[in-house]
Design a protein around this ligand. Sequence first.
Ligand SMILES: [Zn+2]
Length: 349
Amino acid sequence: MEDLNEAIPAPQLHLYNAIPEYLSDIPVEKLDSILPGPALIYIEGNATPPIFISVLLHGNETTGFLAIQHLIKELNLDSRPAPRGIILFIGNIAAAKKGVRRLENEPDYNRIWNGDSLPEHRLAKAVLVELSKQQLYAAVDIHNNTGKNPHYACINRTDASFIHLARRFSKTIVYFTEPHEVISMALSHLCPSVTLECGFSGEAEGLNHVYDYLVQCLTLPAKTLFSPPSDKQSNIFHTIAKITLPDNSHLGFGDCRDTVDMCFRDDLEELNFTSVPAGTKLGISGKNRCSLRVTDNSNREVTDEYIRLDNNNIVTRKQLIPSMFTKNETIIHQDCFGYIMEPYPLKND
Ligand SMILES: [Zn+2]
């Protein structure tokens, strides 16, 4: 009998008490030559408690790892303590080797932080057990987008400390509670926790932005880091629904062949974080009349509230603010087509 798990052994967590040799120079796709699998690395610092930083939960999102390499070199962390202790988690090294979000027969490493059915859930649990052994200052999980989006920070709670930690990265903040299996949600029970979305993977702009942010997290005292920066203005959005497409549907963008199931407008990604009016055409449905599926945070289908088919045109039924619209077909099928958000007014505003 074929053993589906044979190709990918259950991931083990590897613990390190110092920065592994060559970590600051190794190309991301060769990380497996120095780290055999997911790694939790303790980096000594002058101040405590330590900050938790996670990178490469998605193997094709390299900005966080590159920013850490830059940090090690700039602050000389191979020979000097950091301004504050760091606990660094490097996630899906096998996927990073191949430059993909995740491998075919494994779950998404940012959807394993709640649950216990898979070997990867045990990996996540092992990380959380290690982290629960000490107090944490803050938690920062670093990602990239495959579609065009501004740099923004996500939070899973709206406590002031979470908002201010996010605001220090960007005035664009997304509050979400689904998917709830993400690492930032698990960490939100331990300390102020953010997810950074830093534009396209590997771009210098995102790397510098994350590096500057991490330096602030490592050097600022709590009363500064967790209080509003001088420019207090922020735009907080709340994710209220997820958009998916039928599995295996064939997609096109712009000028499409008539073999595709859905043909979307070429400038789709330009709609991210903008207010899209009712009656906006997103694309055309092919002969199978495939369309988008919209589900709310309780996983109830709410497609008809947002989308209608007008002849074969896929049209918005009401005004909406999308995020993470992407034209990357692999990501659409592995994750989703995008999210729908609404402005989130703060009580004190
Ligand atoms: Zn990601």
